[in-house]
Write a protein that binds this ligand. Structure first.
Ligand code: NAP
Length: 430
């Protein structure tokens, strides 16, 4: 009577589903499939390394990962080998929680420009994601531009300007720490296409920008006059207060050697430079402004304008990459949760609701169909010559990452499969 459940992805939405299933009294076996060797998705590779308190949610997820009903299959990508159909043949219920981990395109002339990075590339790089270790972002110029007015833009800016001490007590990858503390960047622009009241930053994140040791937060000249105060409401007034307390950029000598300038009403229309970018041309969106276009010179551009998801064969998505579903049900026995089901918005806890809903569907509607579940997938993976990382192996990897880190950091991540398998071999041979 054991229900066999497969969850694809291991980020917050996957774990909130697992949590609800484990906490119910459903007789079930839950297998989590993750394309990387490590669990936790965006918590490990998305949340900024200096926001350790947000990353602490891993402790809650870990409790459910370690539950005896749950197994982990790391380094297994469900798409071609094995396919989603193969998984559905083996499990009574399959939940797609693959998130959105690809940058939305800016769609100007950014392609192949040296010095241009999507935020996922830059964020994955400083967080030690195995696919981005060799990104080597250009930190040799004095000016960076970040496009977008969300919290990811703030994360990128903050990491570019924090000093040595401020980057410690984090789990930043050692190579990124070294590169960032030796960076030449002194000036960062965060540029939004709309006004300050339309920005999607949250209060805590903006406030933090005004509290940095070596960096001032500034408002572009004229910003305060551009704000239509009639639009202010209770939700906006806190952010407005913090933002407008930042000094305007023209009359400032803060004594700090770096600055982040918030610039509004500017849409990027052209990356300047041939192979290597040298700046961006913007269109000024302020009505009645005579200076319709302007250019800011820089050596690095990070576009933080939102995400899209990877496609899974035979699963229908809309133009934004979101899976088509009805109340998280794709069809009986096939479900979806998290960003891939509702778009890239909200904080970690926003996924709680999705997880609870899908768990409820499974508990109420799915019966044991005598499928092979874990026993079957192990045979299939063996036949496909896929060497997966088990839960027990992840526990050892996790312990080693913590053990081997310098005392000023909370962990030193493994950043490649080669390194992980080599480590596991040494454990077996000891
Ligand atoms: P976001 O909050 O949706 O912000 C995206 C920004 O990009 C918006 O300002 C948007 O402007 C702009 N944009 C979109 N297309 C553009 C274009 N073609 N040209 C110029 N600008 C464009 O997305 P996010 O920053 O990626 O964050 C994703 C989610 O993760 C959010 O819910 C965020 O709060 C959360 N997050 C939270 C934290 C935290 O709590 N510390 C940290 C990181 C992320 P428009 O508004 O004009 O469309």
């Amino acid at each position: 009577m054991t229900i066999k459940i497969a969850v694809i992805g291991s980020g917050p939405s996957a774990f909130y589903t697992v949590q609800n299933l484990v906490k119910s009294d459903l007789d079930c076996e839950i297998d989590i499939f993750e394309k990387l060797f490590s669990p936790y998705g965006l918590v490990r590779y998305g949340i900024a390394p200096d926001h350790q308190s947000t990353k602490n949610i891993i402790r809650v997820f870990e409790k459910f990962l370690l539950n005896k009903k749950v197994q982990f299959f790391g380094n297994v990508e469900i798409n071609n080998d094995p396919s989603l159909n193969q998984l559905m043949e083996l499990y009574d219920a399959v939940v797609i929680s693959t998130g959105m981990a690809k940058d939305k395109a800016l769609n100007i002339n950014e392609l192949n420009k040296e010095g241009y990075y999507g935020a996922t590339e830059f964020v994955n790089w400083y967080n030690g994601h195995p696919d981005y270790v060799s990104l080597n972002p250009n930190l040799k110029s004095d000016t960076a531009i970040i496009i977008g007015n969300g919290n990811v833009a703030i994360d990128c800016a903050r990491l570019l300007v924090k000093n040595k001490n401020e980057l410690e007590n984090s789990d930043i990858t050692p190579y990124a720490y070294k590169a960032l503390i030796n960076s030449s960047i002194k000036k960062v622009y965060i540029v939004g296409r709309r006004g300050p009241l339309d920005a999607k930053f949250t209060t805590v994140e903006i406030r933090e920008m005004g509290e940095l040791n070596d960096c001032s937060a500034l408002l572009s000249n004229g910003t305060i006059n551009s704000i239509d105060k009639n639009q202010l409401n209770d939700d906006l007034s806190k952010q407005y207060k913090i933002l407008t307390n930042f000094p305007e950029a023209n009359n400032i000598n803060t004594g700090k050697n770096k600055s982040v300038e918030f610039k509004f009403y500017a849409s990027p229309i052209e990356i300047i430079g041939d192979k290597k970018l040298t700046g961006i041309k913007f269109k000024n969106n302020l009505i009645n402004n005579n200076n319709e276009y302007f250019t800011i010179n820089c050596g690095i551009v990070i576009s933080a304008i939102g995400y899209t998801g990877d496609k899974i064969s035979n699963i229908k998505t809309n133009n934004n990459g979101m899976i088509l579903h009805n109340e998280n049900v794709i069809e009986k026995g096939l479900y979806t949760t998290g960003w891939i089901s509702r778009g890239p918005n909200g904080v970690v806890g926003t996924n709680k609701h999705d997880g609870a809903k899908v768990a409820k569907h499974i508990i109420e509607n799915i019966t044991d169909q005598n499928k092979e579940g874990r026993k079957g997938i192990k045979i299939l993976l063996k036949n496909l010559s896929i060497r997966y990382i088990s839960k027990e192996e992840w526990v050892m990897i996790n312990e080693e990452e913590i053990k081997r880190s310098n005392k000023n950091f909370s962990r030193s991540k493994f950043t490649s499969n080669e390194e992980v398998y080599k480590f596991l071999k040494t454990i077996v041979s000891n």
